[in-house]
Design a protein around this ligand. Structure first.
Ligand SMILES: [Zn+2]
Length: 485
């Protein structure tokens, strides 16, 4: 069973209710042709797999990495010289950074690691290995035998004329490319096709050994049958009219005699102010980076949204603290507001003891140390990468505070000195807030100017986090020193 503590979302239960009793094979397939960001698809599949498990069904959940797919274009950040590999299997192209065994692994491994970090109960299969192991041999043979029908379906659905020598099977030729060969003969008893390559040379490919692949739309229908797929989510680009699912559905029914799996269409995720996520445009959020600012279940909740059939505009900047507060309120009692954690994390760094002290004095309940350390880790990473300028802060050192004080008038300086005289160790946040306020009133100083003075000598800004809990959480000598400059 999956370890996720999130309840099964209503939409996922409704999808599960439309499917059979099982056993089920839930699949999600992604091509590692660039940075893999399509977590929403995997999470939709996971949620439906969990809903089926909850109903008592036997479920196999597969992440099908399309490692045998050809390199189609040069993504941002990939050297121009990689053009020579266009048409080659991603698993046969070198790693652009030289750190993994192949181009495919370079993009797949970090995603796989993120899935592990999320404790996702999923099998990761690599398509080149499935071809090499013969998992697709039978369906490939069927496809080649029914070339004419597949071609007809493709033409009818897409409305495009296919080349006369179109074949559902693409042998890898001597050049390393797939898609340039013309099939001359099928030798089914040897699992082979004889073909003529781009240069006019004749050769043969053994389709039981991964020496080529099925074209994308045929492969989709073929793998449903080979793996026994019963459910697969798709983005709306595939499900549009004339798209890949319409073609594959007909191929599955009419050629492979396999019922098309249950389906769910999810909508795109955009990043606020940037546009829809797209690896070819370089607009991506990688799961491993998102796991630096929030725990796995928060990421599940964020990526799925209320309903993944709706488009989602992610706001990781101003809107993020509210999201985190809502998430934390759903999984723990009395969570510390995320903005306060951000203040604490920026003030004490990774020192959990000092953080615990600061939180207690601020009047907050403190989580056990390991949880607190994680909370601080998320808050600190968010503050460094995403926080709006207004939420970024750093405690000034004494010399900087002295410099900042030169911008204050006499009334403000005297006010700070008066507060310093009244501050006592162990005062809690509310008390300090009262003290800061009442001292200002007593001295006839407008609170706004009083608080501006406090922020100036502590963080060099005119405003900041709620002053009482912030000041109460700092070591009292540090505050007195800065208030008396
Ligand atoms: Zn690498």
């Amino acid at each position: 069973m999956s370890k996720t503590v999130l309840p099964i979302p209503g939409w996922a239960s409704r999808v599960a209710d439309t499917l059979s009793e099982g056993p089920h094979v839930v699949v999600t397939g992604i091509s590692p042709s660039g940075n893999i960001h399509n977590l929403r698809e995997v999470l939709v599949a996971e949620a439906v797999a969990n809903a089926l498990k909850e109903k008592g069904a036997e479920v196999r959940f597969i992440f099908h990495a399309d490692t045998i797919d050809p390199l189609r274009k040069i993504s941002p950040g990939i050297p121009e010289s990689f053009k020579e590999y266009l048409g080659h299997s991603l698993t046969c192209v070198p790693d652009p950074e030289g750190c993994h065994a192949s181009y495919a692994e370079h993009f797949l491994v970090p995603f796989e690691e993120a899935l592990k970090e999320m404790e996702m109960d999923v099998e990761v299969l690599r398509s080149h290995e499935l071809y090499e192991k013969g998992v697709y041999t039978q369906v490939t043979r069927e496809a080649i035998e029914h070339t004419a029908e597949l071609r007809e379906i493709l033409q009818e659905v897409s409305g495009r004329e296919m080349p006369e020598h179109w074949s559902p099977y693409l042998p890898r030729t001597a050049s390393g490319k797939m898609g340039g060969a013309r099939i001359l003969e099928h030798v089914p008893e040897e699992n082979k096709v004889v073909y003529v390559d781009e240069d006019g040379w004749e050769d043969a490919a053994d389709y039981s050994k991964g020496e080529g692949k099925l074209g994308w739309r045929t492969e989709l229908a073929a793998r449903w049958k080979a793996l026994g797929v019963t459910f697969e989510p798709f983005g709306k680009d595939h499900t549009s009219r004339g798209g890949s699912t319409e073609t594959a559905d007909r191929m599955a029914r009419e050629v492979f005699h396999y019922p098309p799996p249950g389906r769910y269409e999810y909508e795109w995720i955009s990043i606020k102010g940037k546009g829809p996520m797209s690896s070819s445009k370089g607009i991506v959020l990688l799961p491993k980076d998102l796991l630096r600012i929030m725990p796995p279940d928060a990421l599940r909740r964020m990526m799925l949204g209320r309903d993944p059939a709706r488009a989602l505009d992610l706001d990781l900047e101003d809107g993020f603290p509210r999201f985190m507060d809502e998430y934390r309120a759903s999984v723990e009692e009395n969570p510390v507001p995320f903005t306060h954690l951000v203040t604490v994390a920026q003030t004490v760094g990774a020192n959990t003891q000092a953080a615990g002290e600061m939180l207690r004095k601020g009047g907050y309940e403190v989580a056990e140390e390991s949880n607190l350390a994680k909370d601080l880790y998320y808050a600190r990473n968010w503050s460094e990468q995403w926080a709006p300028e207004s939420m970024r802060l750093r405690l000034l050192d004494f010399e900087e505070a002295k410099e900042a004080a030169t911008g204050l008038d006499e009334e403000q300086c005297e006010y700070l000195a008066a507060v310093a005289g009244k501050l006592k160790p162990d005062m809690e946040g509310d008390l300090v807030q009262d003290l800061l306020y009442s001292t200002a009133i007593e001295r006839g100083l407008k609170p706004k100017r009083a608080f501006a003075a406090v922020y100036s000598v502590l963080i060099g800004k005119k405003s900041g986090p709620k002053a009482g809990p912030f000041v109460a959480g700092l070591p009292i000598e540090e505050v007195r020193e800065r208030f008396s400059v």
